[in-house]
Design a protein around this ligand. Structure first.
Ligand SMILES: [Zn+2]
Length: 410
């Protein structure tokens, strides 16, 4: 049996006045997803326990069958795994966004989608400044703190203290910058053990970036400057059993987002890199669909994660969210469903990880709609794939990590 999992990140939402009371999923023209619903079942799953932060890290762990209450240790260690960084048990990884903060208000958690080249130049300057000087309080900085440039505004900071005690603990608290768009940041700087070190680094970057040539050029071009680094998502490497051990199946991941690449690496899945996949609304949907179809004969489970729906939501753009849903339906779900049918026994699951309501421009807690069709799945009465249908369904997983065993059951 072959399995496909399609994750339109953050696509679940609320009724919109601008859509006559419909949600973006209801308003979007998605015949392939509705076909899965009509020939299979529609239900819902809660992937984010109330006490954990609503985000792709917790939610995708759950969606892939890993109880986040047991396995979640922060976002950054997952992204470090994506970059092939082996963290020692005493090492800490910290997500490092380049952001734009004006008058203590988060103007942009992406520094206006700064380019990878610009971001690397700024982080290299900060690293040089760090290596050139010592740190007032906390561990000696030289040699134990390292900035690791990633893609655009998504970067990492590693603390590798060796045998020295690390200043952080599970009580160290940080706030994701995408939860602070257009809000004051004054109450959301790092808190708890080691927070002074993080705050000091954020302040150091502010001073250094103020008149940096990269920012002067961006401002001259009418673009937002990167005013400082924002440090969050701190943690140590989670100890995850492989997907094969946990669920008895092999798998491959198609995604343009480091977080999902890292998660795939930690559960023993291969990552398929698709040229043109950007992790944004300009991604090459057709290429992702093509590579997924080509991968079906080579693995038990093929998973396609698409970030575009989440990015559109963070920008509060309903039209872009609907367009992304329609592109995913036409270029990913439809061809994958056809290819699965043509090869024999199969199952397909379409489900976002968490809701990202355009009203609040960030992730939220709450159940997400899912649909499953294929061999051994008796069709229910539902005909469309959307939130109201899912909310009235009897198929519900309060512990979202129980969906995967249900989907893979023989
Ligand atoms: Zn997400």
């Amino acid at each position: 049996m072959k399995y496909a999992i399609i994750i339109p990140d953050g696509c679940a939402d609320e009724p919109q006045e601008s859509l006559g009371g419909k949600t973006p999923m209801q308003a979007a023209n998605t015949p392939a997803m509705d076909e899965v619903a009509a020939t299979g079942v529609v239900g819902r799953a809660n992937n984010v326990p109330a006490h954990l932060p609503a985000g792709s890290d917790v939610a995708n762990l759950s969606l892939l069958g890993y109880d986040p209450n047991v396995y979640f240790t922060g976002r950054a260690p997952l992204e470090a795994a994506a970059q092939g960084i082996q963290l020692a048990p005493n090492d800490w990884a910290i997500r490092c966004n380049l952001v734009t903060v004006e008058n203590q208000v988060m103007r942009s958690f992406t520094a206006g989608h700064i380019s990878t080249e610009e971001a690397t130049e700024l982080l290299t300057a900060l690293q040089a400044d760090l290596d050139a000087g010592s740190h007032e309080n906390g561990p000696p900085v030289r040699g134990s703190l390292k900035f690791v440039p990633g893609v655009s505004y998504r970067n990492l900071l590693l603390l590798q203290p060796g045998d020295a005690p690390a200043p952080f603990s599970n009580e160290t608290r940080t706030t994701p910058p995408h939860d602070l768009t257009d809000k004051s940041v004054a109450q959301d700087y790092p808190r708890g053990p080691g927070s002074d070190l993080l705050t000091e680094l954020m302040g150091r970057s502010h001073d250094l970036f103020a008149n940096h040539p990269v920012n002067l050029a961006r401002q001259a071009a009418g673009k937002l400057p990167a005013t400082n680094v924002w440090l969050w998502g701190i943690g140590r490497t989670p100890q995850l059993a492989s997907f094969q051990q946990l669920h008895g199946k092999s798998g491959k991941m198609i995604t343009a987002v480091d977080l999902l690449r890292g998660l795939a690496a930690l559960i023993g899945w291969d990552r398929i890199e698709v040229p043109g996949a950007t992790g944004y609304t300009d991604t090459d949907y057709a290429a992702k669909g093509r590579y997924a179809v080509e991968a079906i004969p080579t693995t038990d489970v093929i998973c396609v994660h698409v970030e575009a729906t989440d990015e559109a939501s963070h920008e509060g753009d309903v039209a872009a969210k609907i367009k992304a849903l329609e592109e995913i339906d036409r270029h990913v779900v439809a061809p994958v469903l056809a290819a699965l049918r043509a090869q024999g026994d199969f199952r397909i699951l379409v489900s976002p990880d968490h809701p990202t309501p355009v009203r609040i421009k960030t992730h939220s807690h709450g159940a997400v709609p899912l649909c499953i069709a294929g061999s051994g799945i008796a069709a229910d009465a539902n005909q469309t794939y959307d939130e109201p249908t899912a909310n009235s369904s009897e198929l519900a997983f309060e512990d979202g990590s129980q969906l995967m065993p249900y989907f893979l059951k023989s």
